[in-house]
Design a protein around this ligand. Structure first.
Ligand code: GLP
Length: 244
């Protein structure tokens, strides 16, 4: 779906999320969201905050699971995804603190595998992800599933690509400060979501979006796996559509 700009696109995505939340509220049920970080979803979160403040949208029945976190990473660090999510969304809405989950950047390495199993178990116990929001990395990664990630990959500790570390260098004041690893939900975790929306803005993402949508399904472009998902929409702006 191509929108003339990312603001209109983000408002539409936020509307879909809010309708799902309200629908479930009416039935006395909860919703499980899969949420993303990065610059791409910021306007969606802004609109969700606006809907909360101005239109009474409540998040009291929402559970959310973030895609990923750098490893190691302290939650209060500037670059932490815990901090990002709290500043960009959670601190401004009424989601209970016990309802949102972000992969751990602080556990000792030998406890990460068990943490990842538990993370997936929590998602399963809540009935799976209803709505998964995604951005896309310049190398086609989703979450931090870098090229080479298999379709059946689960939540795990991964080694970041050089391309990904280079892209984050600015935020970390130099590539040498970018963590070498991250914890990410797996491709199969993402593919189990009942609904997926991948967003992409600007010329800079146009090539990789075209490759992921129109190219072969390959582990070298993890976003291409979404071609196999029956309820995925790529929501992009006009400049991001230039290579399609
Ligand atoms: C990071 C995140 C991804 C995100 C990607 C794109 O690597 N782990 O989940 O999709 O960046 O970032 P941006 O939205 O800033 O372009």
């Amino acid at each position: 779906k191509i929108y003339s700009n990312s603001s209109l696109a983000s408002i539409a995505v936020a509307k879909e999320i809010s309708e799902l939340i309200r629908e479930r509220q009416q039935d006395g049920k909860h919703v499980v969201l899969g949420l993303a970080t990065g610059s791409t979803p910021i306007k969606v979160y802004k609109e969700l905050i606006r809907l909360h403040k101005e239109e009474g949208l409540s998040f009291s029945n929402v559970y959310s699971f973030n895609l990923d976190e750098y490893y190691p990473m302290q939650p209060d660090s500037l670059q932490s995804y815990v901090r990002f999510m709290e500043e960009q969304l959670f601190n401004h809405i009424d989601i209970p603190k016990s309802n949102y989950f972000i992969p751990s950047g602080t556990l000792p390495q030998d406890e990460i595998a068990a943490f990842c199993v538990e993370y997936e178990q929590k998602i399963e116990n809540l009935g799976g992800i209803d709505f998964q929001l995604l951005g896309i990395g310049g190398n086609g990664h989703i979450g931090f599933n870098e090229p080479g990630s298999l379709q059946n990959s689960r939540t795990r500790l991964i080694t970041l690509d050089q391309v990904t570390r280079a892209a984050a260098a600015g935020e970390f004041q130099g590539i040498q400060n970018v963590p070498r690893k991250a914890v990410t939900v797996g491709v199969s975790t993402i593919m189990k979501a009942k609904r997926i929306v991948l967003m992409g803005w600007g010329e800079g993402k146009s090539k990789i979006v075209a490759t992921a949508v129109e190219g072969p399904i390959t582990d070298q472009v993890p976003a291409s796996y979404l071609q196999l998902h029956s309820n995925t929409t790529y929501v992009i702006d006009e400049s991001c559509s230039s290579e399609l």
